[in-house]
Design a protein around this ligand. Structure first.
Ligand SMILES: NC(=O)CC[C@H](N)C(=O)O
Length: 225
């Protein structure tokens, strides 16, 4: 099992993702986007960062790179794909998931720990947790506000594709616990197939006991096993 962590110009969490996966015993390698997707890829991470300086909209430029066509095909075939932060933005811009990530309600870059409620525990990304469990993970973004049209949001809920919601420490989903103004406090969603997921918080920054005071992100990354 080798996970490909795709590096675009301006990605800056690709090494962190490889290290976190490594720590969990999952073989992972960085791949420069122009080199294309290796044929034998068993999983894909779109890592965080500022691809192309967030020019136009965060993720909009990387979404148009040819490698994304191969990633869409792989996702359609059921290869696990995880988009983290800028990777979530790229995932939305390339239609791997519905919705869009736009400027935070605060109009500021926010770097802090947040709480997330696990909305579904029956997916590969969350089967290490209980439904309703509260995780603590860091966010670091300026464009993390999940926005989606009313009908598309209704579909998302009807199809049970909301994976995580921002909440308080007790699991209450409130406006106060919503760091960026996301519709429905949505922090992470599934794509058309459950093997595709994106989230704004950083599980790879909450996976190594030596560098993080909490390792709640491990369960999400373990999905690749
Ligand atoms: N940590 C990241 O991936 C940064 C996300 C993104 N470029 C933003 O600021 O919105």
């Amino acid at each position: 099992m080798t996970v490909t962590v795709v590096q675009f110009g301006g990605s800056n969490c690709d090494r962190d993702a490889v290290r976190a996966l490594d720590h969990l015993g999952i073989d992972a390698e960085r791949r420069w986007f122009e080199d294309g997707l290796p044929e034998d890829t068993d999983g894909i991470v779109l890592p965080g960062g500022f691809s192309y300086g967030d020019y136009l909209r965060a993720g909009a430029m990387a979404a148009r790179a040819p490698i994304m066509e191969s990633i869409r095909t792989a996702a359609g075939d059921g290869t696990p794909v995880l988009g983290i932060c800028n990777g979530a933005q790229i995932g939305a811009e390339s239609r791997l998931v519905d919705g869009a990530f736009t400027t935070n309600a605060s109009a500021r870059f926010q770097c802090e720990h947040v709480h997330l409620r696990v909305e579904r525990a029956d997916t590969p990304w969350t089967d290490a947790y209980e439904a309703g469990e509260v995780l603590r993970l860091p966010i670091a973004h300026g464009e993390g506000r999940f926005e989606i049209g009313e009908d598309a949001y209704a579909d998302l809920e009807a199809d049970d594709r909301v994976l995580f919601r921002y909440c308080d420490a007790d699991g209450n989903v409130t406006d106060e616990a919503n760091p960026n103004g996301s519709t429905g406090n949505v922090a992470g969603v599934l794509g058309e197939r459950e093997a595709t997921a994106v989230l704004m918080p950083h599980p790879e920054r909450a996976a190594l006991p030596d560098v993080a005071d909490c390792t709640d992100g491990q369960g999400i990354l373990r999905a690749f096993r």
